[in-house]
Design a protein around this ligand. Structure first.
Ligand code: ADP
Length: 447
């Protein structure tokens, strides 16, 4: 097992990883920017090293500063968490070249899945069903028009390096394909420094359903069921549940075995998530995330598996501590993302939290770095807390969620807590009858 793990992340993610380190009795180091000097992970880690000013480029993405922190502290493994350097294949290679362990998949898998065009080719070879679209990157508007004649409208122009829902534009008809094509390229260039785009049929009413997989270095692969993540705004998830209210037990095992078979064919190592759109009984692969997901706790709640602990064990060369047959799905879990954002305008609301009270009681789990007196910095992602609730079944889980939301206090900054309180009262949520369009096209319009 590792001697010391250095965590290159912040906020609730850094906290999640260092909790797993403590439970495994592995000393932890967190690196942090000057803006996070007073943060919970810095207070709770065994050691901390300031690696730069607030801007992520100069701190959490600053590879030379991170390697200096490794040299100072003598860490032998790096956990990248979620976001930042977690899907940076070059970083994973540099880490290995320094004789350290990158707690994540091999660089070749990060690279293959990081380029969505390559990811689709890799996925198709591994037997996964794809959304109809261009066979590869599309470089000119003429090429896009030719492909559109085969695939049909509406079409989605997507960035090959895309993430976080950016670099994606819809073309309703041939008349606005050029506009969507140019806009997606421009957004992709400015967000990711790469203007490569590809085309996909724009599915009209799909659900976003993703499968959690985990693999060790001995060829053992297990799937941990699915998460339903259709409640999205601007392609960003806000509310997730497991299992999906849209699948039967047979469909669950079907997509789970397709995902684990593909994972095996890829020779993948560690935790990963295969994302699918699901419409009219059919699954279409859209991408694979080669890291832990923000919404991983709901899977942990219904399977009893600690994904971060398992991720660290696998990276240290140990085999998986369970088989597929050991996995039993029990009950229902929901996660609400509490963001420092105005619940109606979604404008970021950084600032000082003078009163914080986390919900508690049976079946309630909170992943957050908040405390009363903490100032939410303006420099990073607006996620400040995840409220995860587990119940015996979906109805029980929703009842618990309702009361947990009532108990939860974050003041005075506006947050999406207010939005979640309204959301749990909506019939579509109560019935589990929603898709990726519902939040924006129905719920938010009615508010
Ligand atoms: P990102 O990496 O930016 O998150 P994804 O490919 O995972 O991009 O897609 C994010 C979301 O965008 C999906 O959950 C879905 O809501 C929507 N989306 C992506 N592809 C399609 C498609 N072909 N048709 C309809 N919606 C899509």
């Amino acid at each position: 097992m590792f001697k010391k793990i250095l965590i290159t992340n912040r906020g609730d993610v850094a906290l999640r990883v260092l909790r797993a380190c403590k439970e495994l009795d592995i000393p932890s180091v967190v690196v942090h920017s000057t803006a996070d000097a007073d943060s919970m992970p810095v207070r709770l880690a065994d050691e901390s090293v300031c690696i730069g000013p607030p801007s992520s480029a100069e701190s959490y993405l600053n590879i030379p500063a991170i390697l200096s922190a490794v040299a100072i502290t003598g860490a032998d493994a790096i956990h990248p968490g979620v976001g930042f350097l977690s899907e940076n294949a070059d970083f994973a290679e540099i880490v290995a070249a320094h004789g350290l362990t990158f707690i994540g998949p091999e660089p070749r898998h990060i690279r293959a899945m990081g380029d969505k065009v390559e990811a689709k080719v890799t996925a198709a070879n591994a037997g996964l069903p794809l959304v109809p679209g261009s066979p590869g990157a599309v470089h000119t508007i003429e090429e896009a028009l030719l492909i559109s004649a085969e695939v049909g409208y509406p079409l989605l122009v997507k960035a090959a390096s895309g993430g976080g829902g950016r670099g994606m534009k819809v073309a309703e008809t041939a008349n606005n394909l050029k506009e969507a094509f140019l806009a997606a390229r421009a957004e992709a260039k400015s967000a990711f420094g790469d203007d490569t785009v590809y085309l996909e049929r724009y599915l009209s009413q799909p659900r976003h359903i993703e499968v959690q997989v985990i693999a060790d270095s001995y060829g053992n692969v297990v799937h941990l069921g699915e998460r339903e993540c259709s409640i999205q705004r601007r392609h960003q998830k806000l509310f997730e549940e497991a299992p999906s209210p849209g699948l039967t037990a047979d469909q669950r095992m079907h997509i789970g075995s397709i995902a684990s078979e593909a994972t095996r064919k890829l020779g993948y190592l560690g935790v990963g998530t295969m994302e699918f759109l699901y419409e009219d009984g059919e699954f279409f692969f859209i991408e694979m995330n080669t890291r832990l997901q923000v919404e991983h706790p709901i899977t942990e709640e219904i399977t009893g598996i600690d994904l971060v602990r398992e991720q660290i064990r696998i990276a240290s060369g140990l085999p998986l501590s369970f088989t597929q047959d050991d996995i039993k799905f029990t009950g229902h879990a929901i996660e609400c993302r509490i963001n420092a954002e105005h619940p109606e305008t979604f404008m970021p609301t950084p600032g000082k939290v003078t009163a914080y009270h986390a919900a508690g009681g049976p079946g309630v789990r909170v992943e957050s770095c908040l405390y009363s007196g903490y100032s939410v910095p303006p420099h990073y992602d607006s996620l400040i807390a995840k409220l995860i609730v587990r119940g015996d079944d979906r109805t029980h889980c929703l009842a618990r969620l309702r009361r947990a939301l009532e108990e939860f206090v974050v003041e005075p900054i506006p947050t999406t807590l207010t939005l979640h309180k309204r959301l749990v009262e909506a019939d579509a949520i109560k019935d589990g009858n929603y898709n990726i369009r519902w939040l924006e096209e129905v719920f938010l319009k009615e508010q």
